[in-house]
Design a protein around this ligand. Structure first.
Ligand SMILES: [Zn+2]
Length: 265
């Protein structure tokens, strides 16, 4: 969340009457310092609150809000023009995807960004309607490979130790976090400009362990028919948020290397 949130703020999120909202229930720990925009002065602070304070300090003209809450617990209240899920937590992404699909067309587009294979690959997918595949469509079966395999068979995905992190829980370097944030930002800017072109994007950082996948639009997966259905049953909407040239609002939930954001108008 941290890099992505700051990059979005630099791009205008929270300006022109909009608001950038960061959502995260975690507190900053020493293990986070090697890959987080916040430093030691924020140790023990809630990450959403800390990031909002940091961004307000650097870009005081923007409206930045924070919600120190678990995004899973407030799915029903999520709203806006765009929701960015950069939690990197597959169960949450699946839950958010299901929630979004069940409320189409009365739910904003959702952008998922994540890191694969100890930082060897970063990917992002924007889900904005039944014409294209959703998060489940890129990996219809939980225990199987994604439709477009990114990790080479012998690449492994074991956790590694990062000396800068202290507790051995960091499976990837900060460069992977920055790559994921950049990938998400490019998709947000493309979405905001109305020229999305490719909704499913991949950046390979370690070609020895990864396959190169072209940017593309995913087709809905036959194994996940729910993706093709429109379900306007629930009119409950959300708040208003704003973004780049227009007012926007971005909701972010941070977890270790990633962040969850959403932009709404
Ligand atoms: Zn789908």
């Amino acid at each position: 969340m941290d890099f992505s949130a700051y990059n979005l703020a630099q791009s205008g999120a929270g300006s022109l009457g909009g608001c950038l909202t960061l959502i995260d229930s975690d507190r900053l720990s020493p293990a986070n310092l090697g890959r987080h925009i916040l430093g030691i002065s924020f140790l023990g602070r809630n990450k959403a609150d800390g990031c909002a304070e940091y961004i307000r300090g650097q870009l005081p003209h923007l409206a930045i809000e924070s919600r120190p809450l678990d995004a899973t617990a407030i799915l029903a209240s999520l709203s806006g023009d765009l929701i960015i899920d950069a939690t990197g937590e597959e169960p949450f992404s699946i839950a958010l995807n299901h929630h979004a699909l069940s409320r189409r067309p009365n739910f904003p587009p959702v952008l998922h960004a994540w890191i694969v294979g100890n930082g060897g690959v970063t990917q992002a997918l924007l889900c904005d309607g039944p014409e294209h595949g959703c998060f489940k469509c890129q990996k219809p079966k939980l225990a199987s490979e994604p439709r477009y395999r990114v990790l080479r068979p012998d690449s492994g995905n074991e956790l590694q130790r990062n000396p800068a992190c202290g507790d051995g829980l960091s499976p990837f370097p900060v460069s992977a976090s920055m790559s994921a944030a950049a990938l998400a930002l490019d998709l947000v800017l493309a979405w905001n400009s109305g020229d999305l072109r490719h909704r499913y994007r991949t950046r390979v950082l370690d070609p020895d362990r990864s396959f190169q996948i072209k940017d593309m639009n995913l087709t809905p997966a036959p194994e996940y028919p729910a993706c093709r259905t429109r379900n306007p049953r629930d009119q409950q909407i959300v708040e208003v948020i704003a973004l780049i040239p227009d007012p926007e609002r971005i909701h972010t939930r941070d977890r270790v290397y990633s962040f969850a954001i959403r932009v709404c108008v």
